[in-house]
Write a protein that binds this ligand. Structure first.
Ligand code: HGY
Ligand code: MN
Ligand code: MN
Ligand code: MN
Length: 399
């Protein structure tokens, strides 16, 4: 094992137990809950240990500064700590741990950046607790209204403002304006790097994507005494809609997923009164995505008429097509001799890309699996990611 891979492993092992579920082997690190708060405290310790003052933006995002904040034109890196339910170890934390190690590499090499290097930990990137992904970066950039963000509630009814302990501060153009570029390192969420036999890639684009809530209302009733012909069963409309989403996505070479459902009253012997399903849809082109959601909606509405149920559709979040700064991506790809890939996964980098030159680095994931305990990355590839990130930060902060 190289020295850098060993240092990666040592730092990684500090956070590996936090929020780990021994049963699934996955992580339960919801934003602003105990495990994520533990990781935020760890972030502060790491920053303190490196003499990097930590700034909070009033939205739940943390920023550790290496260099004089007043010199402006900082180079931002970092990612998020929060996970999906039973998520993998790397999605998010890899970008933060790699950033601290990249700063160590630059310092060890005697690099004295002209511009500050800043490490961010963004809050609620997954939207696993409050429903809207990239909530912290959306707030910081003004991409979501403070009232809406403050009032988002988790499954227990706790609002984001309550969890944060204050009303979110919202857009901070002055802070955003101090960043000249953002580079987020992330574990790859597919197998393109395995196929290309390369440890690191540069991102070209993020597919447009979003989350739509389908509420199906029917009539709750007794499972034993209600004749089939007399039922208004929203589970049927829901089930049909899931199949329609799958079919419509396949027809368009897009992705549609219903990974979350709520059934009321959720009893074996009761016809449900209401079923709520969340559709996650993504496609390479915005028109394709829009057409997909329209088609699913139309089919669901037609089926609801036949089932005697009612349907309402709510768009909970939408992320437009993100084309990362082409000049920056080309420059980094040449610097690192790395392939350039698009992705269907959302990231804070996708939100920030509308406000400043932004790039992403992906680190090979041998399983290609993500949002699952099976997500993985070899220590040697993580070390290659740190080396790549250090080169990029050095390049961007010294010229
Ligand atoms: O769901 C996503 O695309 C991201 O990982 N938050
Ligand atoms: Mn994720
Ligand atoms: Mn992520
Ligand atoms: Mn519609």
């Amino acid at each position: 094992m190289t020295d850098l891979a060993a240092r990666f492993r040592k730092l990684w092992d500090e956070i590996a137990p936090v929020g780990r579920d021994e049963g699934s082997g996955g992580y339960l690190r919801y934003a602003l809950t105990e495990p994520e708060l533990t990781l935020r405290a760890w972030f502060r310790e790491q920053a303190d240990g490196r003499g990097m003052p930590v700034q909070e933006d009033g939205n739940g995002n943390l920023f550790a500064w290496w260099g004089d904040p007043d010199t402006g034109d900082a180079v931002l890196t970092g990612s998020h700590f929060d996970s999906v339910p039973h998520g993998g170890a790397y999605d998010g934390p890899l970008g933060i741990v790699s950033a601290f190690l990249a700063v160590d590499e630059l310092r060890a090499a005697g690099v004295a950046p002209v511009r500050p290097v800043v490490i961010a930990a963004f809050v609620e990137e997954e939207g696993a607790r409050f429903g809207v992904p990239c909530l912290g970066s959306r707030l910081l950039t003004g991409e979501i209204a403070v009232d809406r963000a403050a009032g988002l509630r988790d499954a227990a009814g706790v609002s984001f403002a309550e969890a944060l302990g204050e009303r979110p501060a919202g857009a901070d153009p002055a802070l955003v304006g101090r960043f000249a570029a953002f580079v987020e390192l992330h574990v790859e969420q597919g197998r393109a790097l395995v196929e290309r036999d390369a440890p690191v890639a540069v991102a070209s684009a993020i597919w447009p994507h979003g989350r739509w809530r389908f509420d199906f209302h029917g009539e709750g009733n007794h499972a034993g005494t209600t004749r089939m012909a007399d039922r208004r069963d929203p589970m049927l409309t829901y089930a049909f809609t899931v199949l329609a989403a799958n079919k419509e996505a396949r027809l368009r070479d897009a992705n549609a997923t219903v990974g979350r459902v709520r059934v009321e009253p959720n009893a074996t012997n009761a016809i449900p009164s209401r079923v709520t399903g969340w559709l996650d849809a993504r496609a390479a082109e915005p028109e394709t995505l829009h057409g997909l959601v329209e088609a699913v909606h139309a089919k669901a509405a037609e089926r609801a008429r036949r089932d005697g149920t009612e349907l309402s559709l709510t768009e909970e979040s939408a992320t437009p097509l993100v084309a990362f700064d082409g000049g920056l991506a080309d420059r980094l790809a040449r610097l690192l001799d790395a392939p350039v890939l698009p992705t269907g996964a959302g990231h804070d980098a996708g939100v920030l890309a509308a406000h400043l030159p932004t790039a992403m680095l992906f680190v090979r994931n041998p399983t290609g699996v993500s949002h699952s305990p099976a997500e993985s990355a070899a220590d040697a590839d993580c070390a290659a990611g740190v080396t790549a990130l250090a080169r990029v930060l050095g390049e961007l902060s010294c010229r």
